[in-house]
Ligand binder design. Structure first.
Ligand code: GLY
Length: 566
């Protein structure tokens, strides 16, 4: 096994840091032979590429990219959140790491229900914005665990580019400046101390964002690894921040946090092996269910994005999301029937009522409870190294810029992941959906996720590494991208670019990207009973396809995503 590459490359890496700071040499081509990084931000992809070029493996690069995203992509990149990593080593061994946030010890089932007369008023603003919205962050522990098992370069060198980017700043893209302008007022109203994301005049493209406090936090993580975040000064800052806003994360929560190595969910689609994330993510189970439906109903025989194709996929998706709502939660707390949910006979039966030319109203598919609490901001990256190892990693602080709480003196944003729990069974969330028992709040429990970092093998070889942000739409975007490559012979970039759609059972809407449907198709779907909800975009995929020794990147043009290789 070659995942360790023991060599100290201090000077080479130092030089590469300076390249990171001026990212003008980013290439547009996405076909390479040796290694590749596809992420949400060109500077983060460059950090990963430099680590790979300097002999680091996919895990070294993943750690470097994760920390870089916490600086250059504060919408979702983080040290104050959590995520999941799925990996495949060059000898075929697969595994996954769960570094999802946990509910703090002082949390309780009805913590977002206020004392109204009938005791039933949900104060769900508190699960979305402010100090009480945060789960105990898992990202730093996750990166340390990945490093201890698989890292090969010096830990400090993996942090150095991010420290420099935070200390000296980086240029905002056009999309980033607009996004920061939209959220500045909220940052200002939630935080009583100075926040680097807020300034008097509006941000514009190429403005430099400097994050001094964050650079010091990253230095503590560089010097003390886990202890640089979960104890000492950073822990003090987090606990003090909690006190200011009635938050409940304690020293004990921080000290006790531990990410968990989990057996990935493994299944088949046609001749391909699918490796994806187990609970507390719903992603792996739901993806296998979707792919089973697609194979059983031969969706590849339809014209891509035709009437029958869209309706059949939407019918499969609604049934899968109905199951998700009832049965999925943190398997350490709730008995998730994993094997039953991906059992072939069960799934054959589940999809047997689908007629490509008929839409089943959602209330006839299944009644019952559902939780559907993810918001759209998250970020994913895919990495393949020259030794043949692959990492597929999705990470989040939930909503864009999480809880909007920036830890004073520490400079990082805390997540609002508590909103991924079902705040009250039966209570509609921000999407008008209701939550289930499996995902109710309990101390130390992990909230249900849709993150779907996935790796695919073909003929026992590494074939695809993929994932995306997008809340509830993550699973269906990953699903359709897989079909685009396997059933419709698209290349990786083409599969990512292709228009996507989404059905999540409830609410009973077919969510479709703008300009996907011509007038005819639109009318025919409506005649079938679909209520169409147009969105400007679905998914921001970061993927790599490996065929005949060639790596093809698929970096979503819906964002600033960039695939770089060598
Ligand atoms: N917060 C989004 C997810 O975990 O699915």
């Amino acid at each position: 096994m070659q995942y360790k590459f023991k060599i100290s490359l201090f000077y080479k890496i130092l030089i590469s840091i300076f390249f990171v700071l001026s990212c003008n040499e980013v290439k547009k081509e996405t076909i390479y032979k040796k290694g590749m990084v596809s992420s949400a931000h060109p500077v983060a992809s460059k950090v990963g590429l430099d680590i790979l070029k300097n002999g680091g493996n996919a895990f070294d690069a993943a750690i470097g990219v994760h920390f870089a995203l916490s600086v250059v992509y504060p919408n979702a990149g983080n040290i104050g959140g959590g995520g999941f990593a799925v990996y495949r080593l060059n000898d075929g061994e697969v595994g996954s790491l769960d570094f999802r946030e946990k509910a703090p010890l002082k949390s309780y089932r009805d913590m977002y229900i206020s004392n109204s007369d009938d005791g039933s008023t949900v104060d769900d603003k508190k699960s979305k914005i402010g100090h009480l919205a945060s789960g105990v962050p898992g990202s730093v522990d996750g990166m340390v665990k990945l490093y201890e098992k698989f890292g090969s370069l010096d830990w400090k060198l993996l942090l150095e580019p991010s420290i420099e980017l935070a200390k000296n700043g980086f240029s905002l893209t056009d999309k980033q400046s607009n996004s920061l302008n939209r959220v500045m007022i909220l940052f200002d109203s939630i935080n009583d101390s100075e926040v680097s994301f807020v300034k008097e005049i509006k941000w514009k493209e190429n403005d430099i964002l400097i994050q001094k406090d964050l650079s010091k936090t990253l230095e503590r993580i560089r010097d003390k690894k886990r202890d640089g975040f979960y104890s000492g000064l950073t822990a003090d800052y987090i606990v003090n921040e909690m006190k200011k806003g009635d938050g409940i994360i304690s020293y004990e929560d921080l000290n006790n946090y531990s990410s968990i190595w989990r057996k990935p969910i493994i299944g088949k689609y046609k001749e391909h092996k699918i490796i994806s994330m187990a609970p507390p993510s719903s992603g792996g189970i739901a993806l296998l269910q979707l792919l089973h439906g697609a194979e059983k109903l031969n969706v590849g025989n339809y014209e891509h994005n035709s009437l029958e194709y869209i309706n059949t996929i939407a019918e499969i998706e609604s049934r899968v999301y109905a199951d998700r709502s009832t049965y999925l939660g943190d398997s350490d707390f709730y008995n998730v029937p994993i094997d039953d949910l991906i059992d072939n006979k069960y799934l054959d039966n589940r999809f047997s009522s689908i007629d490509p030319s008929t839409k089943t109203p959602s209330n006839q598919i299944k009644e019952g409870n559902i939780q559907f609490n993810e918001s759209e901001e998250t970020t994913h990256f895919s990495i393949v190294d020259e030794y043949g190892n692959a990492v597929s990693l999705t990470t989040t602080i939930n909503g864009a810029y999480g809880s909007k709480v920036v830890v004073e003196n520490a400079g990082f944003i805390l997540n609002n992941e508590m909103d991924d729990f079902s705040v009250k069974p039966g209570y509609p969330n921000m999407f008008g959906l209701i939550g289930g028992e499996a995902n109710s709040i309990e101390p130390n429990k992990r909230m249900l996720s849709s993150m779907t970092p996935t790796i695919i093998e073909k003929n026992d070889n590494l074939y695809m590494v993929l994932g995306t942000p997008g809340g509830s739409t993550i699973i269906t975007s990953v699903f359709q991208t897989i079909l685009n490559v396997i059933d419709f012979n698209m290349g990786m970039q083409e599969a990512v670019d292709a228009k996507k759609f989404h059905h999540q059972w409830l609410p009973d809407f077919l969510v479709v990207e703008k300009n996907t449907l011509n007038t005819n198709l639109n009318e025919n779907l409506k005649k079938m009973g679909h209520k169409i909800n147009e969105r400007s975009s679905l998914g921001r995929m970061d993927c790599i396809l490996i065929e005949n020794g060639i790596l093809e990147g698929g970096a979503d043009k819906r964002g600033d995503n960039t695939a770089l290789g060598y």
